[in-house]
Design a protein around this ligand. Structure first.
Ligand SMILES: Cc1ncc(COP(=O)(O)O)c(C=O)c1O
Length: 200
């Protein structure tokens, strides 16, 4: 199914079938769970689509395609937990890199930053990230990204993501959003609503 065909499906259909129609071999409408770690290769030195589940697994790929379908665009990669995803991103940084974070951040993320990654030279400042002046005040040449949640944990504060995204763009910083409490469906809905408004 093409991305465009997928985008034309209603949100209810996409929640169940988005990104992946019925299983092409069995016709099963619920995803078939593939638990094999290794996959047969056509011949020596020729790789098939699937090789080793740590890198890519057919069942996990269905979930990734479904999340992409719900978000409407973009690329999804799933992890075993939220902290695993956070750690993966932090591991892409180098010593000296600096993050500007939203004042209220999940305690686990703050502990990862302050107690673990600080020892590897990753630094973080916590400010009101909707205020460009506050962001500019702590920005240094080593600042690489703005990091926020929305809604935040634990107070469920709602951050204006469009506003902060614009600040990040203006200051040429990457923009990371932990959407634990707001799955991509909500954003898709508002995207659709925005599209309808612009057509009207
Ligand atoms: C905002 C936020 N980010 C990350 C996490 C970590 O997720 P996990 O418990 O799956 O590692 C949580 C967990 O509550 C969270 O609320």
């Amino acid at each position: 199914m093409s991305k465009q065909q997928d985008n034309e499906l209603g949100i209810g259909t996409r929640l169940v079938h988005g990104g992946q129609p019925a299983d092409p071999i069995t016709g099963a409408v619920a995803p078939v769970l593939i638990r094999s770690k290794t996959f047969q290769q056509p011949t020596f030195g020729v790789e098939s689509k699937w090789q080793y589940s740590r890198g890519k697994n057919p069942t996990r790929s269905i979930l990734e395609r479904r999340l992409e379908s719900l978000a409407g665009d973009g690329k999804a990669t799933v992890f075993g937990s939220g902290d695993a995803a956070t750690t993966m991103f932090l591991l892409t940084l180098k010593p000296g890199d600096h993050l500007i974070c939203c004042r209220e951040l999940y305690g686990g993320t703050i502990r990862l930053l302050n107690q673990l990654f600080a020892d590897f030279g990753i630094r973080a400042s916590y400010v009101d990230i909707e205020d460009i002046e506050a962001v500019k005040k702590v920005q240094t040449p080593e600042t690489v990204a703005i990091w926020t949640e929305s809604p935040t944990n634990p107070k469920l504060g709602v951050i204006d993501l469009t506003k902060v995204g614009n600040i990040a763009r203006k200051l040429r910083l990457r923009f990371i959003v932990d959407l634990t409490f707001a799955p991509p469906v909500r954003r898709t809905r508002s995207n659709t609503e925005l599209k309808r408004l612009s057509i009207a």
